[in-house]
Design a protein around this ligand. Structure first.
Ligand SMILES: Nc1ncnc2c1ncn2[C@@H]1O[C@H](COP(=O)(O)OP(=O)(O)OP(=O)(O)O)[C@@H](O)[C@H]1O
Ligand SMILES: Nc1ncnc2c1ncn2[C@@H]1O[C@H](COP(=O)(O)OP(=O)(O)OP(=O)(O)O)[C@@H](O)[C@H]1O
Ligand SMILES: [Mg+2]
Ligand SMILES: [Mg+2]
Lengths: 227, 227
């Protein structure tokens, strides 16, 4: 599903160069389920944003679901994201004036889903992440872990082929984390390809493969033993 | 240092009542070092915001460093916060137009610290949290874990007597987390009272006492065995 070759991303600040990605190459098959781990600042979010079409690399090639992202303009990338990607942001990025339900409905509105259908689906997704009692709360009326779960539900609203989750359990207690990992395992069994950035080895070991980054590079890429 | 008795916080939404805090009572001695754990939505951030004078309880009593917070108006609470509290927010709350250095200097500006002195101290704090190479970056030019560390440095800028940290290592890898915990242990040895909200048992066990919450109440309060 994902073919990345020699991805590079450099930020120039005055006379300083930050090599956020310094040549990243890997392949994720259809139905793959991988964790991306590594120290703070090693380039994990930068990589996720590029894979999700939210950012462009300075160099290298990226093909997802047959689409060459380097050949797409802004409109093309937006269309690609809407059709293919579900993204859980490290800082959630919920719309503060919308309720939890409305935040989850938003991608479906863009996709032209009928109002009754999307209200039903948004409600079901919020139930599934344990927020059945919080549907009418706005982000400021939700705890950190509740906001994170709204972000997860929203990423799943349009049944994406590829789920990109940047630390989706960072704000969650152990029991809630396990519920979310069970949800991800179910989705993967249904054919959804999943990439999770995480700092927690328990979460990484729940996936099928661990890709380790350091200083903008991949330094290890191994299957998880029992998968 | 902290005496909390029967703290209550209820949110009313239409005909729904959310009991965020349902009667919280505990005492933290001077130089105490405690972790607050519990499920997502159990009231941890609500409790921290009230202890930090950022929110007021609906009922109950709270005395910190001899000050009865219930007797303070907004100006009094602001003064209390500036003098006594260092707060690390669950969502960081950095000012997006300021650099890391400027964000850390800000509390010192309010406290009237001279420019040369606060620039030196801000730089030293950023060095201490491993961000010596990121001082001129703005929040959008920092990774999630780097933003979190700026928030930690800022909380320490005015040498607070009480450090309140709401999930201060949530976005950090294991090695960086250990550095932050060593920093907190050093501060505690110097006499700083510390309350940490965390989801990670490793972090909780690095403190001296674990306070467990569930549904707005304290359900357990025990010393950590080797302390
Ligand atoms: N716009 C930018 N300008 C300059 N440097 C940047 C910018 N965005 C990110 N960086 C730098 O690029 C590096 C990689 O950032 P990235 O957000 O990908 O790290 P990360 O692995 O996700 O870290 P974390 O685990 O802390 O979230 C960091 O050192 C960061 O300071
Ligand atoms: N302004 C508000 N209006 C209504 N309900 C609220 C409001 N703020 C918080 N809540 C509710 O109060 C409860 C406690 O929230 P709090 O943020 O203290 O939880 P928490 O323990 O910090 O959770 P997390 O671990 O997810 O950060 C949650 O169920 C939340 O939905
Ligand atoms: Mg990141
Ligand atoms: Mg919280």
């Amino acid at each position: 599903l994902i073919e990345a070759r020699d991805l590079v991303k450099t930020y120039i600040m005055g006379d300083e160069e930050v090599h956020a990605l310094a040549g990243v190459t890997f392949t994720i098959p259809h139905g793959g389920y991988a964790a991306v781990i590594g120290p703070s600042g090693s380039g994990k979010s930068t990589l996720m944003n590029i894979i999700g079409g939210l950012d462009t690399p300075g160099g290298g090639a990226l093909v997802i679901n047959g689409a060459d992202l380097g050949a797409l303009d802004d409109a093309g990338l937006a269309g690609f994201r809407n059709r293919t990607i579900g993204f859980v942001f490290q800082s959630f990025n919920l719309l503060p004036r919308l309720t939890a339900l409305e935040n989850v409905e938003l991608p479906m509105m863009y996709a032209g889903v009928a109002p009754a259908e999307r209200r039903l689906r948004a409600g079901a997704l919020l139930d599934r992440v344990g927020l059945g009692q919080r549907k009418t709360h706005r982000p400021t009326q939700l705890s950190g872990g509740q906001q994170q779960r709204v972000a997860i539900a929203r990423a799943l609203a349009c049944r994406p082929a590829l789920l990109l989750a940047d630390e989706p359990t960072g704000a969650l207690d152990t029991a809630t984390t396990e519920e979310i990992l069970r949800l991800f395992a179910d989705l993967n069994a249904e054919g959804v390809t999943i990439l999770i950035v995480t700092h927690e080895m328990d979460v990484a070991r729940a996936t099928h493969r661990i890709i380790e980054m350091r200083d903008g590079r991949i330094v290890a890429d191994n299957p998880v033993p029992h998968h």
